[in-house]
Design a protein around this ligand. Sequence first.
Ligand code: ADP
Ligand code: MG
Length: 349
Amino acid sequence: MSTLRLSGLKKAFDGHPVLHGIDLSVRSGSLVALLGPSGSGKTTLLRVLCGFERADAGTIEIDGRRVAGDGLHLPTEQRRIGYVPQEGALFPHLSVAENIVFGLPRAQRRAQHRVAELLDLVGLPESYATRAPQQLSGGQQQRVALARALAPSPGLVMLDEPFSSLDAALRVETREAVARALAAAGATAVLVTHDQAEALSLGHEVAVLWQGHVLQSAPPQTLYRRPATRELAAFIGEAVLLPGTVENGRAHCVLGALPIQQGAQADNGPVDVMLRPEQIDVLPESTQRDGALDAFVRDITFEGQDAALTLQLIDANTTVRARVPGYRTPREGERVRLAVGGEVSVYPR
Ligand code: ADP
Ligand code: MG
């Protein structure tokens, strides 16, 4: 287990800044999901951490020991970092076992050091050791790539979009296996992804990288409920944003006087009110409930498990988005009543 601390990390290519001063701490034994859109600098950050690229400024510390910064640039092999690259991770001409021991010293390579143990750790049968990578599914290949990264018992493991090429069903299964293996190995991990569901479900902490800046780093539920800015709110899932005002600790908007997230800064004055579509309960027209609002269903996007609705409020010239379980999808044009559950975030205007 290792701790990782970055401070003011910068990197440019040909004068074009890619990382603008990254600060990030990763607790020992935890998994940080680094979430960002394509081109935000995720791979560059991992490559700088691993030592494949040299930082232009800033420092990197592993277990309190500086590995980069102020002219220092320790080579990759002295950083004890395991790396699972984005694509083409395995050598096609080597067996699974040979792939796993590839980076180890010769004697350990000959002895197929810990191959059975590592296969077990990533949830694959020992008999796969002699197979060629092509004889495995995509998810199984990713598990072998992780086994290879874990073979030298690194303190830190970096994974670059390890599930992006897998189809939906395999992705969930593989990411659970990978999370289990990382926890069992006691590794501290940084997992890069552009998939917010993946980041929220896997990360103990999620750091959002946007155009080379870390905009917020927080536990998943905090990030989802209390995103630091409107833009982040819309990036992490879907956001309903409504103009309003804060008065006496409540957010007043067309949906009523709503309670504000605990711990949020909420001074009186004009704000944008943010809530999530699933916080809007869509009830039958006949429902009698304090504060419920009349609306009709303007538009439906049915997605199976749930459905996204556009609702027109009757007493205000406003539409809002709601999300309901698929089996409760109303009809288009139907009259309904709305009630808001949970707390909202506010952003001063
Ligand atoms: P991500 O992994 O988030 O998609 P990258 O770190 O791969 O983002 O890339 C971030 C930006 O840096 C992109 O604009 C990319 O073109 C640029 N970039 C990455 N590597 C290099 C390189 N070796 N030379 C020049 N530009 C690069
Ligand atoms: Mg990348």
